[in-house]
Design a binder for this molecule. Sequence first.
Ligand code: IDP
Ligand code: MG
Length: 165
Amino acid sequence: ALPVYGAPGTSKERTFIAVKPDGVQRNLVGEIISRFERRGYKLVGLKLLVPPVELAKEHYADLSSKPFFAGLVDYMTNGRAPVVGMVWEGPSVIKQGRIMLGATDPKNSGTGTIRGDFCLSIGRNIVHGSDSAESAEKEISLWFGGKGEVVNWTSNNEEWVISEN
Ligand code: IDP
Ligand code: MG
């Protein structure tokens, strides 16, 4: 059976994308979902939550020594708005998801990317995306590890979206 984190390098590759609290507060959930849908990616996981502090700390564990870490965890977990966590599936979704997001600092994000179109500041960059196959595996397991939280389903569009010939 396909693991929750998918099969990197195949048409079943999966990534973890999240609309952060500022993106939810600014009513950009639909816009961000639409961009992934219209590209042809398939939504296989979706939840709205105020993440527990321990979840946010584990999610950003590689940044724990940074000066902005405490503020980052507070921003994600203080409940002034929830996070929308998603798992998206399709060819090269990890790399393409990052390209669709734009650079970490929106001041360096191109117009046409989510960050380049909708935000201005590195501390309020509205969206998260896994940066590698290893991160995708870790993050999908962390946010969607419960039984049945990621749904395997066949899109009737698939033959019109995915072919190598
Ligand atoms: P990414 O979100 O593009 O993968 P990372 O380097 O993994 O970028 O950083 C994770 C998140 O931490 C960023 O999206 C941003 O919200 C926050 N962050 C990164 N660098 C800074 C900073 O210098 N100041 C404040 N927040 C930062
Ligand atoms: Mg990152």
